[in-house]
Design a protein around this ligand. Structure first.
Ligand SMILES: [Fe+2]
Length: 278
């Protein structure tokens, strides 16, 4: 996978239904949209129409939640086929999923759960990614998640794990800078050292948003404006990595649309200053 083959998308917004009318009222303020893949599998007619409408007006990137790429039992074949069918129909420049598992023993736990940083987990992850790469030739990029508890038994650091998986699969990275910040403050890591250990040339896209502090823990709740520390990290990554798109993923305590548009404009101009897009 070569980042140079991807188009520069600029500053996008994670699509949520409440944004629909504002998106069209403020079309010029949102460069692209990320859609949650899961919302359009087995879509009701109104969701299918919504997807057609969005696709007609914005570049769309599908972002999945439940592929459970870390599941030792393998992929849910039916679900994987549906995800691939949607991706193959939309033909986006790339699509994304998390480095996580959400399903075990056929039961969905409905939560992105971290993998242990072990060789065995790496083998499972690479095997499941290969199974998706056989289903679609659209490049997959992988997102780092935030975790409250790091699993014991690690044989490498998270950054080494991410490097290995991208090296072995050819996948790019969706670097969530809020998750990077959350893990650093919650587990005592150094974001700069984390970035130094990553293959930054593989970073295709970023996620950013604010969270909330709860009992001394930074929770990735997608519920507040992006904090200064995350803006600084984003600037650092935009300076060092060939980023093609940044994406605001706000889910809770939705503010007036103008506040989201202002965050997008700030991110867009940061990327412009760092020469990532025009
Ligand atoms: Fe994210």
């Amino acid at each position: 996978m070569d980042n140079n083959s991807f188009p520069a998308l600029g500053a996008g917004l994670g699509f949520r239904e409440p944004f629909l009318s504002d998106l069209f009222l403020h079309r010029g303020q949102v460069d692209w949209l990320e859609i949650v893949t899961d919302h359009y599998l087995d879509a009701a007619p109104e969701k299918a129409r919504e997807l057609d409408l969005l696709a007609a007006h914005f570049p769309l990137i599908p972002h999945g939640l439940n592929l459970s790429l870390g599941s030792a039992e393998g992929l849910d074949e039916e679900y994987a086929d549906k995800v691939a069918a949607l991706v193959n129909r939309l033909r986006p420049p790339w699509w994304s999923e998390h480095i996580a598992w959400t399903r075990a023993g056929g039961v969905s736990i409905g939560h992105l759960t971290p993998l242990p940083w072990t060789r065995e987990a790496l083998d499972v992850l690479c095997r499941n990614i290969a199974a998706m790469q056989r289903r679609t030739d659209i490049p997959l990029i992988l997102e780092n998640i935030s975790y409250i508890v790091a699993l014991p038994g690690a044989e490498m650091t998270e950054a080494q794990f991410l490097s290995e998986v991208t090296e072995r699969t050819g996948c790019g990275l969706l670097l969530d800078v809020t998750n990077l910040y959350a893990n650093a403050v919650n587990h005592g890591g150094d974001p700069a050292a984390f970035l130094d250990a990553l293959p930054l040339e593989r970073v295709v896209q970023l996620h950013f948003v604010g969270g909330r502090w709860q009992d001394g823990v930074f929770v990735d709740s997608h519920s507040s404006p992006t904090p200064p520390e995350v803006w600084a990290l984003m600037d650092e990554v935009l300076t060092r990595a060939p980023v093609k798109g940044v994406l605001l993923e706000r889910d809770e305590d939705l503010p007036p649309f103008s506040e989201l548009a202002a965050e997008l404009e700030r991110a867009r101009s940061l990327g412009r200053q760092r020469g990532r897009w025009a």
